[in-house]
Design a protein around this ligand. Structure first.
Ligand SMILES: Cc1cc2nc3c(=O)[nH]c(=O)nc-3n(C[C@H](O)[C@H](O)[C@H](O)COP(=O)(O)OP(=O)(O)OC[C@H]3O[C@@H](n4cnc5c(N)ncnc54)[C@H](O)[C@@H]3O)c2cc1C
Length: 434
C-alpha cells in the first residue's frame, strides 16, 4: 500500500463517511475513505431510516438498490400511547418519498461504500487510523495501518472524521463539546422470524419505548429502550428485561414469543448525547462524530446522511475556491445545528420517558380522531415535520380549538398559561398540565 496525497481523507466508511466520500468524489475531488472494518459489516444499531433519509438515498440514486435487495418499505405506523390511545396513520411524504425503510446495516453501509467506490473514491477497508498528522497547527493527514502491515501516512487538504461517537479524529483535535447531556437510556434489540409486522409499531409506556419494524430476509426488528437508571439492575437478566418490556405492549410479547429469535439480543448503554464543534484547520466532523443523540428517536442515520449532504457542499465550495474553506465550514456547522437542535431536544425529552399527563392524553385523543392530524403527528415524531415547529401553541390551538382549551382549563386538566413547551421540558407534547 502506497501513501498518497488526496484532496480529502474521510475516516470511517458507514452512513456519514461513505456518503460524504461518494458526494465529494462525484464532484471530481480526489478522495480516500478508510475504515477499520471490511464490508459487509454489522454494527450496534437498529436501523429505521426515516423518510427524509430515504429521500436523500432517492436523490443520490441509491434507493433502488435498497429496494432491489428486498428491503420492505413501511408506510403505515401504529403509535400506541397506552391505555387504549392508538394513532394509526401514514407518514407524510418528503421530497416525493412516503416510506420509511429499515435496512440491515450490512446492506445499507455496503451500498454506500460501493457507491463511493463507483464515484471514484479510493476505499481502504481493514485500515485503522492511529493518529492524525499536523503541521503548524493544521491537520495535514492520517497515519494508520492495514491489519498486520506497516504503518503508512497519507496527506490531504482536509481530513473528515466520520468515525462515530467515539471519534478518534474529534479526540485528536480536541473538538469542543456543547449541549452535552448525560446518557439517558439503554437499548436492546433483536431480530425475529415469524413475527409479521405489516406496519411499523411504536409503543410508549411509562419508562419504556418500543419500536417494531420489518427488515430484510423476512425478519422483524424489535427494539426496546428503558431509563439508564435501571441498567445496573437489568444487567443480571437483559433478555428477561427485554421480554417483560414487550409484554407491556398489548399482544406484542405474545406475538414475539410465538416466533423465533433469529439472532442474539444486542444491548447497549453507550448512548451519549452531545454536539461537537464540527471543524477546524484541516479537519471536519460528520455524522455521530459531530452530533450524537439517544437512539430512542431513531434519527442518527438520517442525521448522518443530511450531514454528508451539507458538509460535502461546503467542502466543494471551499476547496473549489468559490469561497474560503473556513467560512464554508463555519456556515455548515450553523446549518447542521439548525437542522438538528429541535430533534435533539425532542429526543432528550423522549429518552426521559415522561408519563403522558392528562392534558397530553386529551391532545392525543383529539389527534387520533382526525386522520390528517394523526399523519402530521407521526410526521413530527419521525422528523419529517420539525418537532419544534409541530409541538407549538399553534398546533395545540388547531387541534383542541379555543373552546376545547377553555373547557380543559375550566375542568382543571390544562393550564393555558403553560401551553407552550417549557425550555428543557422532558416531554414530547406541549406542556400545560397540572
Ligand atoms: C442501539 C442503537 C440503535 C440505533 N437505532 C437507530 C435507528 O433505528 N435509526 C437511525 O437512524 N439511527 C439509529 N442509531 C444511530 C446510528 O447507528 C448512528 O447514528 C449511525 O451509525 C452514525 O453513522 P456514522 O457513519 O456517523 O458512524 P458509525 O456508524 O459509528 O461509523 C463509524 C465508522 O468509523 C469507523 N472507525 C472508527 N474509528 C476508526 C479508526 N480509528 N480507523 C478507521 N475506521 C474507524 C468504524 O469502524 C465505523 O465503521 C442507533 C444507535 C444505537 C446505539
Amino acid at each position: 500500500m502506497r501513501a498518497g496525497r488526496y484532496d480529502v481523507i474521510v475516516v470511517g466508511a458507514r452512513v456519514a463517511g461513505a456518503a460524504t466520500a461518494m458526494l465529494l468524489a462525484r464532484q471530481g475531488l480526489r478522495v480516500l475513505v478508510v475504515d477499520r472494518v471490511s464490508f459487509p459489516s454489522d454494527t450496534i444499531s437498529s436501523h429505521q431510516l426515516q423518510v427524509p433519509g430515504v429521500a436523500l438515498l432517492q436523490r443520490w440514486g441509491l434507493l433502488g438498490k435498497l429496494a432491489a435487495a428486498g428491503t420492505p418499505p413501511t408506510r403505515r405506523v401504529r403509535f400506541d400511547a397506552g391505555a387504549g390511545l392508538v394513532l394509526d396513520g401514514q407518514f407524510p411524504a418528503c421530497a416525493g418519498v412516503d416510506a420509511l425503510y429499515s435496512p440491515r446495516r450490512t446492506l445499507l453501509d455496503t451500498i454506500l461504500v460501493e457507491a463511493a467506490r463507483a464515484a471514484g473514491a479510493e476505499v481502504r477497508e481493514n485500515f485503522r487510523v492511529t493518529q492524525l498528522m499536523a503541521s503548524g497547527g493544521r491537520v495535514t493527514g492520517i497515519r494508520g495501518s492495514a491489519r498486520g502491515r506497516p504503518a503508512v501516512a497519507d496527506t490531504a487538504g482536509l481530513v473528515i472524521g466520520a468515525d462515530g461517537k467515539r471519534s478518534l479524529v474529534a479526540s485528536a483535535v480536541g473538538a469542543r463539546r456543547y449541549h452535552e447531556r448525560p446518557v439517558r437510556s439503554f437499548a436492546s434489540y433483536s431480530y425475529w422470524a415469524g413475527v409479521p409486522a405489516s406496519a411499523g409499531e411504536l409503543y410508549q409506556r411509562p419508562g419504556r419505548a418500543v419500536a417494531v419494524f420489518p427488515t430484510n430476509d423476512g425478519l422483524t426488528m424489535v427494539y426496546a429502550a428503558a431509563p439508564m437508571t435501571e441498567f445496573a439492575a437489568a444487567r443480571a437478566d437483559l433478555e428477561g428485561h427485554y421480554l417483560r418490556t414487550l409484554d407491556l405492549c398489548g399482544d406484542l410479547g405474545e406475538r414475539v414469543r410465538s416466533g423465533a429469535r433469529a439472532e442474539r439480543l444486542r444491548t447497549t448503554p453507550d448512548q451519549p448525547n452531545t454536539f461537537r464543534c464540527s471543524h477546524g484547520p484541516g479537519w471536519a466532523l460528520a455524522g455521530d462524530a459531530g452530533v450524537v443523540m439517544d437512539s430512542v428517536s431513531a434519527q442518527g442515520m438520517t442525521n448522518a446522511l443530511r450531514d454528508a449532504s451539507y458538509l460535502s457542499a461546503a467542502v466543494v465550495a471551499g476547496l473549489g475556491g468559490s469561497r474560503p474553506l473556513a467560512d464554508a465550514l463555519h456556515d455548515h456547522q450553523r446549518r447542521r445545528d439548525r437542522a438538528i437542535r429541535g430533534m435533539y431536544d425532542f429526543t432528550l425529552g423522549l429518552a426521559a420517558f415522561p408519563p403522558a399527563t392528562p392534558g397530553q392524553r386529551h391532545f392525543l385523543a383529539a389527534v387520533a380522531a382526525d386522520q390528517q392530524e394523526t399523519d402530521r403527528f407521526l410526521g413530527a415524531f419521525a422528523g419529517i415535520i420539525p418537532p419544534e415547529r409541530y409541538f407549538s401553541r399553534g398546533t395545540v390551538l388547531r387541534i383542541l380549538g379555543t373552546r376545547g382549551i377553555r373547557k380543559l382549563t375550566t375542568a382543571g386538566v390544562l393550564s393555558s398559561a403553560r401551553l407552550l413547551p417549557q425550555p428543557g421540558m422532558p416531554g414530547w407534547l406541549p406542556g400545560g398540565d397540572r
